[in-house]
Ligand binder design. Sequence first.
Ligand SMILES: *[C@@H]1O[C@H](CO)[C@@H](O)[C@H](O)[C@H]1NC(C)=O
Ligand SMILES: *[C@@H]1O[C@H](CO)[C@@H](O)[C@H](O)[C@H]1NC(C)=O
Ligand SMILES: *[C@@H]1O[C@H](CO)[C@@H](O)[C@H](O)[C@H]1NC(C)=O
Ligand SMILES: *[C@@H]1O[C@H](CO)[C@@H](O)[C@H](O)[C@H]1NC(C)=O
Ligand SMILES: *[C@@H]1O[C@H](CO)[C@@H](O)[C@H](O)[C@H]1NC(C)=O
Ligand SMILES: *[C@@H]1O[C@H](CO)[C@@H](O)[C@H](O)[C@H]1NC(C)=O
Ligand SMILES: *[C@@H]1O[C@H](CO)[C@@H](O)[C@H](O)[C@H]1NC(C)=O
Ligand SMILES: *[C@@H]1O[C@H](CO)[C@@H](O)[C@H](O)[C@H]1NC(C)=O
Ligand SMILES: *[C@@H]1O[C@H](CO)[C@@H](O)[C@H](O)[C@H]1NC(C)=O
Ligand SMILES: *[C@@H]1O[C@H](CO)[C@@H](O)[C@H](O)[C@H]1NC(C)=O
Ligand SMILES: *[C@@H]1O[C@H](CO)[C@@H](O)[C@H](O)[C@H]1NC(C)=O
Ligand SMILES: *[C@@H]1O[C@H](CO)[C@@H](O)[C@H](O)[C@H]1NC(C)=O
Length: 368
Amino acid sequence: MGVFATVGSSGLLFLVGAVVVVMALGPTSTAALGFSCSNSTAAATCRGIVGYKSPNQTTYPAVQALFGVTDLLSILGANGLPESTPATAPVSKGQVINIPFTCSCSNGTGTSQGIPIYTVQPGNTLTYIASEVFSNLVTYGSIATASNISNPDLILAGDKLKIPLPCSCDSVDGERVVHYGHVVAAGSSVEMIGQQFNVSADVLLRLNNLTSDKDLLANATIDVPLKACSSVIRNDSLDSSFLVPNLPNAAYFLTANNCVKCSCSSANNYTLQCQPSQIAPSNWTTCPSMQCQGTSHYIGNSTGSSCCNYAGYTNQTILTSSDTCPVTDNYAAKINTGAFSWNTVVTLLMVTLSLHHFHNLPTVFRVF
Ligand SMILES: *[C@@H]1O[C@H](CO)[C@@H](O)[C@H](O)[C@H]1NC(C)=O
Ligand SMILES: *[C@@H]1O[C@H](CO)[C@@H](O)[C@H](O)[C@H]1NC(C)=O
Ligand SMILES: *[C@@H]1O[C@H](CO)[C@@H](O)[C@H](O)[C@H]1NC(C)=O
Ligand SMILES: *[C@@H]1O[C@H](CO)[C@@H](O)[C@H](O)[C@H]1NC(C)=O
Ligand SMILES: *[C@@H]1O[C@H](CO)[C@@H](O)[C@H](O)[C@H]1NC(C)=O
Ligand SMILES: *[C@@H]1O[C@H](CO)[C@@H](O)[C@H](O)[C@H]1NC(C)=O
Ligand SMILES: *[C@@H]1O[C@H](CO)[C@@H](O)[C@H](O)[C@H]1NC(C)=O
Ligand SMILES: *[C@@H]1O[C@H](CO)[C@@H](O)[C@H](O)[C@H]1NC(C)=O
Ligand SMILES: *[C@@H]1O[C@H](CO)[C@@H](O)[C@H](O)[C@H]1NC(C)=O
Ligand SMILES: *[C@@H]1O[C@H](CO)[C@@H](O)[C@H](O)[C@H]1NC(C)=O
Ligand SMILES: *[C@@H]1O[C@H](CO)[C@@H](O)[C@H](O)[C@H]1NC(C)=O
Ligand SMILES: *[C@@H]1O[C@H](CO)[C@@H](O)[C@H](O)[C@H]1NC(C)=O
């Protein structure tokens, strides 16, 4: 565990530990819009994901509405929940929810494309919107820049603000990744974040322009490049840029108008695993055949070393490829169908407990 210092309302510094460096409050002074995104591909778009820490008890459809996400299923899948999850299923206060969105790169930085749009409520300030409503995923400066607000102190109820969620479409060390926006918890370290997402501490430091843990600010949103799976999706497919990351707690990502669900894990040597989703398609009356031609196999089936893999889709068909299988002991059984896991419960409990714990302190700073 890290060492903490707490600052009381009197401004006195109470020390709980030995060597102490107190960090500035938050990343609000610079108005960088998103993560660095130098991808030169004209108008590059890709998958972005942020971890939203819900400030209140709420529901998944409410979170979906706040973030302007089109499909609730995409949120459920990114959070390890079954498609059948009822709309009333609670999201607890302090729970971190993975929000998938489309990332767009321009002018050297990556931000969410067009969403969310937030309507200012009576009494809101930009700081409140950035730090409370959007749990520090954005700063008041980035909202002001994205929404072209010249006087950040002057926003009116009913104003519609662009919320630029940070993201990037850049490869990292030549590898395709999905950039995850993670809000740094008080008392965490680069090492801990690296372990949580299975990303090396060196890469985290370099990508976020940090020289050491000392530069890591509580509540800053940092760029965590999640390794993405390789696939045999064709470059002429409508989802040729479909990228699925190895994201802890995520179960599946949907594609082909929701007919196919895919997952990515180290257990399959980071090779994309797909199978029929068995949910109603979003843009077809029924899902096209998912059978590999000339075989009795469907996407996700295997015999010995031959696998029926997902290879993309066109506006009428789903493409398949009879191929070699990834290195694994149990090909088809690997896709988590979204059963509620005890891991989630334990994580939630820990989050809740730590929140209660921190609640007793006036302010918690990152200290070394
Ligand atoms: C691009 O970014 C620079 C600073 O990084 C800024 O001065 C300029 O206005 C931006 N251009 C556009 C079109 O957003
Ligand atoms: C982090 O943000 C939360 C939510 O806005 C706030 O309650 C907390 O005081 C902040 N912590 C620090 C260290 O700034
Ligand atoms: C959380 O709930 C409280 C009580 O209902 C409300 O006053 C507050 O505005 C909510 N916070 C956010 C960020 O929605
Ligand atoms: C931003 O606002 C200023 C005036 O406040 C206006 O002159 C300018 O055209 C606006 N820019 C955009 C991109 O809306
Ligand atoms: C740029 O982004 C595109 C997807 O929009 C991706 O195919 C390509 O590999 C990326 N290039 C680099 C150098 O990151
Ligand atoms: C973490 O990454 C390493 C290297 O890619 C891999 O061998 C290991 O299985 C991964 N662990 C998890 C839990 O994904
Ligand atoms: C990286 O950090 C250094 C010192 O903190 C700063 O001078 C530099 O502008 C930063 N670079 C970027 C790309 O943020
Ligand atoms: C698409 O892939 C084929 C081979 O699978 C290759 O010949 C072709 O050049 C690729 N096209 C593009 C635009 O990358
Ligand atoms: C895992 O995949 C990589 C590249 O995708 C390949 O080079 C490596 O041989 C594979 N590992 C095994 C054990 O097959
Ligand atoms: C083949 O895949 C289909 C669809 O996922 C599944 O229902 C069936 O059980 C699989 N068959 C075998 C032999 O694995
Ligand atoms: C449905 O598919 C057609 C053809 O691919 C496409 O033009 C249209 O935008 C799609 N609609 C939706 C809602 O995805
Ligand atoms: C569907 O595909 C056919 C060719 O396969 C093409 O002619 C047609 O324009 C496509 N329709 C849409 C809506 O994209």
